[in-house]
Write a protein that binds this ligand. Sequence first.
Ligand code: SF4
Length: 389
Amino acid sequence: MKHKSRIRTGFSEFSKKLYINTKNKILNELNANEKDWNNPKWQLKNRISDVDEIAKYTHLTDEEYENIKNVSEKYRFAITPYYFSLIDFDNPNCPIRLQSIPSIKEMNENGELDPMNEEQSNPSGKITRRYPNKLIINVTNACPVYCRHCQRRRLIGNADKNTSKNDIDESIDFIKNHQAIREVLVTGGDALLLSNSRLEYIFNELSEIDHVEVIRVGTRTLVTLPFRIDDELASLLRRYKVQLSTHFNHACEITPEAVRAIDTLVDHGILVRNQMVLLHNINDDKYCIQKTNEELHRHRVIPYYLFHPKDVKSTEHFQVDISKGLEIMKHLEGRTSGMCKPTYVYNSPGGLGKVPLVPMENIEYDENGYKLTTWENKTVKKSYHNPND
Ligand code: SF4
C-alpha cells in the first residue's frame, strides 16, 4: 500500500494539475480552444518537434537546450501537445519525459539498427514474417510521438510516410498465396494514423481471405493521442472483429483521456491487450510494474507482454539486466491477480523469435518428484505422475 501511493497515475491530483497547466499554456500560445485540443488532426498538426517550442513551455538550462538541439538534428522528435502536457519537467526521471524528449545519451550509438533483422524477413510488400503462421504488415512509419526507446527507430527517418497502395496490395497478395498465415498484425509506426477509409480497405481485403482468422492492430494512440479513438473508429474495428495491441509503460500514462479511449473500444467489444517494455528509470521497479498492470486490469486492458528491451542503436541507456525482469516477475507472484501478470519475454536477435523468461527458483526436482516454492516461501511436494500407471 505504501508503494502504491508513491507511484503517480494519470488520475492523481498532481498529474491532473500538471496537465491542465501545460495544456492551458499551449492553448493560449496557439490561440486554440478545447474543441481543437480534442481533435486528433489538430494534435498531429501541432506536434512539438523543435527545442524552441519546448522552451516556450518550460525553462531549459543552456546545457539541456544544446543537448536536445544536437540530438534532434540527428534523431528527430515529435510529441503531441496532449502527451507533452503530461511531462513533469521538475523531475529529470519523469517517465513521459524520458520516453519523448531526446537525451544526450542517444549519442552513444551502441546497439543495432535492426536487431530483429526485420529487413531480412521481408518476403514481399511491407511484410515482416518471423513465424510460419503470423506476420506483420507495416502500413506507415508515422507515430503521434516518436518514443526514444522505439525498436523501429530506423524507420522514423526525416518524414512521415504511409505505405503505398501498391505495397499494401503486394502484401495482401502474399498473404492470399500463403495458406499458413492465420494471423495478421497491421502495424507501423502506428497503424491508427491511417484514415478510417484506408484501414477499412486493408481490413476488408484481409477479411476476405479464408485462412486469415485473426486481424490485429498495433497502436500507441491510446497513450499518445487518445482523441483518435472514437465511436466511428471503434465501430469499424468491431465490424472486422479487429483485436488491438497497445503499449502503456507507466501508470502516469493512464489518464482520464486514455481511459475514455479504452472504454470506447471495450464497450464496442474490442479486445485490448498491453505490450509493455521494461525500461531503465521508467518502469524497472517491481511496484511500478505491479501498479501499472493493476491499473490496466481495472480499466479492462489485458496485461499481455512485458518485453525485455531490445539492443537498439542509441537506446543503451534504457537497458536493464534480465535478472531485474525476473525479480519483478517473482514479486508479482501472489501479490497481484494472475490477470495482472504479463508474460516476460526476450525477443531473440536476428529474428529468431520470442523466448519466455520465467523465474526458475520456484521448481526443483529429484528422484522423488517436484519441490515447489510458494510465493510465501513455503515448500510443497508433488510426486511424478505416469499416465500409464
Ligand atoms: S508508437 Fe511504437 S512504433 Fe511509434 S515510436 Fe513509439 S514505440 Fe515506436
